[in-house]
Design a protein around this ligand. Structure first.
Ligand SMILES: Cc1cc2nc3c(=O)[nH]c(=O)nc-3n(C[C@H](O)[C@H](O)[C@H](O)COP(=O)(O)OP(=O)(O)OC[C@H]3O[C@@H](n4cnc5c(N)ncnc54)[C@H](O)[C@@H]3O)c2cc1C
Length: 308
């Protein structure tokens, strides 16, 4: 169990800022060294203050959601890491469908379950998807044939200068497990998604609940239970990455406490005390073996952050 170091807490703009906060506590994989500074934004005002604080102190700022798609280096993260917990939801029900305006720090799975219970179709694939709505937009998360891009109408974004702007779906640069946010870097502070408008349609509660249940069963059957960051690599043009890694003979292969899951070869799991370097060694090995054996280049789906 990682203990939070007993260090003084600086309070900036009414928000506690922790020094040397272990990122292993804030990622689903449970690895990663300390963030130089770490804070939680519960609302737009706090988020604004924290971004100003980073800018005024010449620090880079990384905004994360639930850390379910991240591999943080053992060397930690320089500057400020902000955990986004902007919540809230407003619904508009019209004849042609349902519009949901959701805080970007809300858990997508909770929004999806709420929609299913009301018979609103479009998010059933997300009932067990870990992470926030903001994180899902950035990576165009998806499962079972559904994609975030299919339901996102627009995103409201806090820009590095402090202004809010609304971008329509077509401006968000969605692609397979990516969006324009991934490459959008300006002065060390990326634009932050604050709200997302989703469009759903009327459906049948029993049917949607059944579909959601099927997805839950399928996910439980094929995904490992140990801590992970989900799929490590994107699918290649013709094959799932897990199939290629398994054919390369790496299923179950272990470096330290990191392991290519014996259940699903595209998941790297933490068996207890894995370090980021162990996970990275497995990533490099899987890439090299798949390249040698099939002449294919595996592209990362998870994001490496921090001091590598
Ligand atoms: C067990 C497991 C199963 C998974 N299954 C799937 C799956 O089926 N399909 C799938 O697509 N993914 C899956 N994932 C990956 C993960 O759930 C998604 O990528 C999720 O959308 C990430 O959300 P997050 O809030 O955790 O983002 P984080 O991991 O915290 O961040 C991801 C990226 O988004 C950025 N970001 C986060 N919030 C904001 C914001 N508000 N504004 C700007 N940038 C932001 C971060 O800086 C980072 O670059 C799985 C993960 C796990 C652990």
């Amino acid at each position: 169990m990682i203990q939070r170091p007993r260090l003084p807490v600086e309070v900036e703009a009414g928000v506690a800022v922790w020094f040397d906060e272990p990122m292993a506590l804030h990622t689903s994989l449970g690895v990663g060294g300390p963030a130089e500074r770490y804070a939680v934004a519960e609302n737009l005002g706090q988020l604004r203050e924290l971004l100003d604080y980073a800018r005024e102190n010449g620090m880079s700022c990384l905004v994360i959601g639930s850390g379910t798609n991240l591999l943080v280096a053992d060397g930690g993260v320089r500057g400020l890491v902000v955990e986004n917990r902007l919540s809230g939801m407003a619904c508009r029900i019209a004849e042609d469908g349902i519009s949901l305006e959701v805080g970007s720090g809300a858990q997508l799975s909770e929004v999806a379950r709420y929609a299913v219970r009301r018979g609103w179709a479009g998010l059933e694939w997300a009932v067990d998807l870990p992470g926030t709505v903001g994180g899902a937009v950035v990576g165009n998360a998806g499962a079972f044939g559904g994609y975030c891009a299919d339901v996102v109408v627009a995103a409201t974004v806090l820009q590095p200068g402090g202004g809010l702007a609304r971008f329509g779906s077509e401006q968000l640069g969605f692609g397979y497990r990516t969006s324009g946010f991934k490459g959008w870097q300006k002065g060390g502070i990326r634009p932050v998604i604050t709200q997302v408008e989703l469009s759903l349609c009327q459906g049948d509660v029993a049917l949607l609940e059944h579909r959601a249940w099927e997805y839950t069963v399928r996910r439980r059957a094929r995904q490992p239970e140990e801590p992970s960051a989900g799929s490590v690599f994107k699918r290649t043009a013709h094959h799932p990455a897990g199939y290629l890694i398994e054919r390369a003979g790496l299923k179950g292969y272990r470096v330290g406490d990191a392991q290519i899951s014996p259940r699903h070869a595209n998941f790297i799991v933490n068996l207890g005390r894995a370090r980021a370097a162990d996970v990275k060694a497995l990533i490099d090995l899987a890439r090299a073996r798949v390249r040698e054996r099939f002449g294919l280049e595996l592209e990362l789906e998870i994001e490496l952050v921090g001091e590598w």
